[in-house]
Design a protein around this ligand. Sequence first.
Ligand code: ZN
Length: 313
Amino acid sequence: MPERAQRVLDYLLRDVSFKVIEPEEREEFGRYFLLVHDPLYLGTLKEAAESVKSPKTYFYDYNGEQTHRPRQLDELFKFCYDTMTPVGRSTWDSAYWSALSALNGAVLLRQGKVRSVFALTRPPGHHTGRDFFGGYCYINNAALAGEYLAQNGKVAIFDFDYHHGNGTESIFYHRRRVLYVSIHCTPPRAYPFFTGSAKAKGVGRGKGYNLNIPLEPACGLRVYRKALSRAMRVIRDFSPRYLVVSAGFDIFRSDPDGSFDLPLEFCTELAEEIFAVGVPTIIVLEGGYNLDSLPELVYQFLTTPRTTSKHKL
Ligand SMILES: [Zn+2]
């Protein structure tokens, strides 16, 4: 849905204080793509998308042999773990430039030019791992930003999307200098159904640097606030140099893909808690599918005043 990004952008542009920067390619980015993703997966994704000549999109399906689709798509779908993530001729370009938005934002943070930056990424990325994709995600934007920033110091990734960021978790599961914290709907009640357990805490050197806080659908504001406060405490204790936020606005009321049903006014409080961590922060767009409320939610989040941390580090 390209309209999602366009509507958010149009809304933000009503406020002249927003400075919009178009992403650009940089030679150094190639290295980060290969640190985060398997080169064979990336190459197959690009080739498969470019093999689609018609405006048609294709899905992984069990009767693949019966459909007339380009051969390259069958190679690509070996990396796919669901049946709902479409691939068409614009998939590579959209995913690649979405990823570049996150990387360009990370550059600005690392250069110290801004304290916070928003990457208007579409498609989202947090369901894509090193060599698997699904959940409308193809390239992991937040993981790329996190990897880029991690060259300069410890990074915390806070993922508040309704759905567990199984891709991001898996990419950093063995790492101790990148902390992944997620609040999401508990498996198996929501996509991706089989990950996001509180028991998943990291492995090897990464043990203790992965925190999942699964909540029941319609858990209510009180429970969510408690989870948020725990997540922020863990992030502050980690003392990151940078914070990457996987911002999924599908936690709010009337989202067709989420059932937390949190009131829209809570968005400001959520942003206050996150910005109170007080470190340079990049916000990367993940989910949020109610097109009537998404632009306003993003605007509310981004314009929440940055107060000095109420929690001293
Ligand atoms: Zn989501």
